[in-house]
Design a protein around this ligand. Structure first.
Ligand SMILES: [Fe+2]
Length: 351
């Protein structure tokens, strides 16, 4: 079987753009680990595409599914060797976990945040939620600090099940923090924490499908969000964020995963950000670690998995990059309404 044919099959069956290189990524991942979640993580292509590649490999006799594990066969190993494919090796720095940040100065913040986050609302499928680990949220605050986007700044957080606004406000360094969320549970939780700790944190209930209220437009130095991964959904978050910025020199922080966004979608998204007047200044792969959400077995990708095992809550497999953008021109975005489902597209896996 040709790898190119498998790439075509992904495109034909799922409408997900894929290259021969993407098939190689899955092969490398399978050579590195028999665990389905580790393979999904290391493959760095949409989850549904990884599932399709594994099924094609099984048909070719290159892998077997035994005891909920993916095992590369002797034939598979011979083929891999003949194609020059080696096991994936992440080589991630164990001290900073690849984020390149020294978090020791934020130890007090981490402790305070941990105490407050204990009672956070559980992730809800209705809003495509899935929050990052506490360490990830603290690391985000540290990165804003390091880039000069925290101290004395007015910051807008769009959608906040990660509780980023809480971590930022707890540093007591920004001039103002405003959080928007569609989920009343998050809004109440953040308001309650802000009151308890006397934080400079305003929280508004807002559906990001709707345009931003005029009083939030062109008011902020920094925005942060972790958009849903469909192209339209991504734009809804990113464009709202950009339209909230004062102008050139102001910055935004966005998550973007490989597991629900092909590199073709990455290109579309990057182009939209550039066209909106921003430049990508920083891109950290796998900056965000996500805590497993309670709806794994009802998520879109579940029926596609060739072997099914529910991962533990802190068995991290879903990760995403952190992208920092900075405006170099006045923001060029329309503050329009997005109707209907902004969560699902062909590449969606966890909705
Ligand atoms: Fe490091």
């Amino acid at each position: 079987m040709e790898l190119k044919a498998i790439a075509r099959r992904i495109q034909e069956k799922h409408g997900i753009p894929a290259t021969e290189r993407d098939v190689v990524r899955v092969f490398s991942a399978a050579l590195a680990s028999p665990d389905i979640w580790r393979i999904v993580d290391l493959s760095e292509i949409p989850v549904l595409a990884t599932c399709e590649v594994l099924r094609a490999f099984a048909e070719a006799g290159w892998v077997e599914f035994i005891n909920a594990r993916v095992s590369v066969t002797e034939d598979g190993k011979v083929v891999a060797e003949s194609l020059g494919i080696s096991p994936a090796k992440e080589l991630r720095c164990p001290r900073c976990r690849g984020r390149g940040l020294e978090l020791t100065p934020f130890a007090t913040l981490a402790q305070e945040f941990h105490e407050l986050a204990k009672n956070r609302p559980e992730a809800s499928q209705e809003f495509d939620q899935g929050y990052v680990t506490e360490e990830t949220t603290v690391a985000r605050a540290a990165l804003l600090y390091a880039r000069g986007d925290l101290v004395g700044r007015e910051i807008l957080v769009l959608g906040d099940d990660d509780l980023v606004s809480l971590a930022l406000a707890l540093t007591r360094l920004p001039r103002r923090v405003v959080a928007l969320d569609v989920d009343q549970r998050i809004v109440h939780f953040l308001r309650e924490a802000a009151r308890e700790k006397s934080l400079n944190l305003e929280v508004h209930e807002h559906d990001l499908r709707d345009p931003l209220p005029p009083e939030l437009l062109r008011r902020f130095h920094t925005f942060a969000c972790d958009p849903t991964e469909s192209y339209r959904g991504y734009l809804a978050f990113a464009q709202r964020g950009l339209s909230a910025l004062r102008g050139p020199g102001c910055a935004g922080y966005l998550g973007l995963t490989r597991l629900e966004a092909s590199l073709s979608k990455w290109r579309q998204i990057q182009r939209a950000l550039l066209e909106a007047g921003a430049v990508i200044t920083d891109l950290f792969p796998n900056f965000h670690d996500y805590v497993n959400w309670p709806y794994i077995e009802t998520m879109r990708a579940w029926p596609h998995l060739p072997v099914k095992r529910v991962p533990g809550k802190l068995e991290i497999w879903y990760r995403s990059a952190l992208i920092r953008v900075e405006l170099v021109e006045e923001p060029q975005v329309e503050n329009v309404r997005y109707a209907g489902d902004i969560f699902t597209d062909e590449e969606a896996a966890t909705t």
